[in-house]
Design a protein. Structure first.
Length: 309
C-alpha cells in the first residue's frame, strides 16, 4: 500500500494577485485526498508576498488553506522570507504569520509531536504512521539557526527508525546543489536572518549524519522552476534533494504543486506535478521523477541529477 504527500512551493504571487487560484489548489487537494491517500501537506514557505505590509494576503491564504485543515489533512507550513513581518530585512519577526498560521491551527492535532519554541510554529515536527509506514516530518525556519539544527539533530536520532522528510524554505539552489556563498538569495545575505545557515551548512552540520533522511524539499529560488539531485550521507544512504517553485510562471504558477507517492515496499518516491487549473498531472521537464531511497549503486544514483540551467 502506498501513501502520498503534497509539496506546495511559494504561493506568494497567487496569494497577492490570484487568490481564487489558491482556493482551487486547496480544493483539489481535499477532493483527491482519498484517491491518492494523501497523508501530509507540506508548504515550503512564502505563503504571501508582502509580509505584514498587506494583511489581506494572509487572510486570503488562510481562507484557502483552512479547507485543508478542516478536511483533517495534516499540514505543516514553514515561513519563507516573504512571510516574515519585515521580509527579514531587519529581524526574524513573525507576528502576522503566527497570527494566521500559528499554534492555534495545530492545537489538538495528534500528528503534531512538538515545536522547537513554545507558541512558535516555524520549527515543528510531525509523525505519521500508516499501514506500517513510519514517517517523521521536520519543518524548519528560513535559514535555520545552529540551535534549531541541533534540535533537528536530536529528533532525527530519536526517530532513527522512521523515514525522515525535511522541509525548509531555502535549501537547494537552481544548479541542484545546496545553496552556498555566492548563490543568489542565500539566507545569510538577509540582514535580519541572524545566525542563518544556508543549504551547504545545513547538510554539513546536520543532515548528512542521519541515515533515516530520505528527502529534503525547498523552494525560494527564481526564475527557474525545478532542480533536483541525490546526495550521499555519511552512512552511504541516498538523500533526494528537490527544489521547486513556479511563482515566475503565468498566474504565479497556477497553484502547481508536487504530489509525492511513497511506496515503502519498493523503497520508491514517485514525483508528479499537479496543475489544479488543468485538474490533473502536468507533463514537463523534471516533473516526473522516481527515486529509490534504498538504492546502493552509486553510479546509478549519480545519474539522478537535473537542473534547467
Amino acid at each position: 500500500m502506498t501513501i502520498a504527500m503534497v509539496i506546495i512551493p511559494d504561493t506568494q504571487i497567487v496569494a497577492w494577485q490570484h487568490p481564487e487560484v489558491l482556493r482551487q489548489m486547496a480544493q483539489w487537494i481535499v477532493e483527491h485526498r482519498e484517491d491518492y491517500r494523501i497523508e501530509m501537506v507540506l508548504h515550503l514557505g512564502d505563503v504571501v508576498h508582502h509580509g505584514a505590509n498587506d494583511e489581506r494576503q494572509f487572510q486570503d491564504a488562510k481562507a484557502a488553506l483552512d479547507k485543508i485543515d478542516e478536511a483533517g489533512v495534516p499540514m505543516l507550513i514553514v515561513p519563507g522570507n516573504h512571510d516574515y513581518d519585515n521580509l527579514v530585512n531587519e529581524d526574524r519577526s513573525l507576528d502576522m504569520f503566527r497570527h494566521y498560521f500559528g499554534v492555534s491551527r495545530l492545537a489538538g492535532r495528534e500528528w503534531l509531536r512538538g515545536l522547537y519554541e513554545q507558541g512558535r510554529p516555524e520549527n515543528a515536527y510531525a509523525v505519521i504512521q500508516s499501514n506500517g509506514l513510519q514517517l517523521l516530518f521536520i519543518a524548519l525556519e528560513f535559514g535555520p539557526r545552529d540551535e534549531v539544527l541541533a534540535w533537528a539533530d536530536d529528533l532525527l536520532a530519536t526517530y532513527e527508525d522512521h523515514h525522515a522528510i525535511i522541509v525548509t524554505h531555502c535549501y537547494l539552489y537552481l544548479d541542484a546543489t545546496p545553496s552556498k556563498p555566492g548563490d543568489e538569495y542565500n539566507p545569510r545575505d538577509y540582514a535580519g536572518a541572524e545566525g542563518a545557515n544556508d543549504g551547504e551548512e545545513m547538510w554539513e552540520k546536520c543532515f548528512r549524519k542521519h541515515r533515516n533522511i530520505i528527502a529534503i524539499y525547498s523552494g525560494h529560488q527564481i526564475p527557474y522552476s525545478i532542480s533536483y539531485s541525490v546526495a550521499i550521507g555519511d552512512h552511504g544512504n541516498p538523500v533526494f534533494q528537490s527544489f521547486q517553485n513556479w511563482q515566475s510562471a503565468d498566474q504565479g504558477g497556477s497553484g502547481r504543486f508536487r504530489l509525492v507517492t511513497i511506496d515503502d515496499q519498493a523503497g520508491v518516491l514517485k514525483h508528479t506535478v499537479i496543475n489544479p487549473m488543468l485538474n490533473g498531472a502536468e507533463a514537463g521537464d523534471g516533473h516526473e521523477v522516481e527515486f529509490c531511497f534504498r538504492e546502493t549503486d552509486r553510479s546509478r544514483l549519480e545519474q539522478v541529477k537535473y537542473s534547467p540551467l
